[in-house]
Every structure is written in C-alpha cells, then in structure tokens.
Design a protein around this ligand. Structure first.
Ligand SMILES: [Ca+2]
Length: 134
C-alpha cells in the first residue's frame, strides 16, 4: 500500500499528468531535491502542499502535509496534535490573507520553521522552538 506521502510525491513528480513517473521526471525530482536551490525546493514543497493547485495553501492542505510527515517520521500517535499546533500558529498570524490561505511567500516563511518539512524537502531550516513545542 502506498502511503499518502508517497502518493502525493508521485503526483508532484508526474509533471505531465500521465499518471506515470517516467525516468526523466524521476531524475528531475531527485536532482531538484539533491542539487536544487533553496527556491527550487520551496517551490517543490509548495506544489506538494497545494493539492487543489489553486496557487494558495489552506489550513487543510498544510495540515495534511504535516500529518503525513509526522506519520512517516514520528508515528501516528501525535501527528494530528502536532499538525493542529503548527496550523494554529500559522493561521492565527496577521500575515495570512483574509481567505485564510497562504500565498507562496508566506508559505515559505512558515515551512522553514518546521523541522520535518525541512528534512523531507532538504531545506535549510530556521528552527523556531516556540512554534513547535508539544
Ligand atoms: Ca490550495
């Protein structure tokens, strides 16, 4: 069974929408995560998170991504709690727009504070311990 994380990764790697990841798409994804710039990786993370592809990330999308990463790295026992904690901080900020959705720049600002997001997308984190205390 494919985890939600791998299913989403597959969808983002499948850049031509063929429901297959060909060798070129696979190599492009590996290259991006291993040799890409910070901006490339943030853009990839944004595409990964923006499941409905509306160019914004809402709370549900961010929560799903954090829960998938929590499940993968830390087990399921605290994934919902930790996802809610992170989303509460992100979406209570005055930086969010009135629709409670994150634009790309705000998304980048917050994900760099989350250690698991940074770990998965090979980003240089800017840890903010107060943001993620259980
Ligand atoms: Ca979206």
């Amino acid at each position: 069974m494919i985890s939600g994380l791998m299913e989403r990764l597959f969808a983002v790697l499948d850049t031509n929408g063929s429901y297959k990841v060909d060798f070129g798409e696979f190599l492009a994804g590996v290259h991006l995560l291993c040799k890409g710039t910070e901006d490339d990786k943030l853009s990839f993370a944004f595409r990964f998170c923006d499941q409905n592809e509306d160019g914004l990330v809402d709370r549900e999308e961010l929560s799903k991504m954090v829960m998938m990463l929590e499940d993968t790295y830390n087990g399921r026992h605290r994934s919902l709690h930790n996802a809610n904690l992170f989303c509460d901080v992100v979406f209570s900020s005055e930086k969010q727009n009135l629709d409670h959705k994150l634009q790309y720049d705000d998304f980048c600002h917050y994900v760099l504070m989350h250690p698991l997001i940074c770990k998965f997308f090979k980003l240089d984190s800017e840890p903010s311990p107060s943001l993620l205390q259980p």
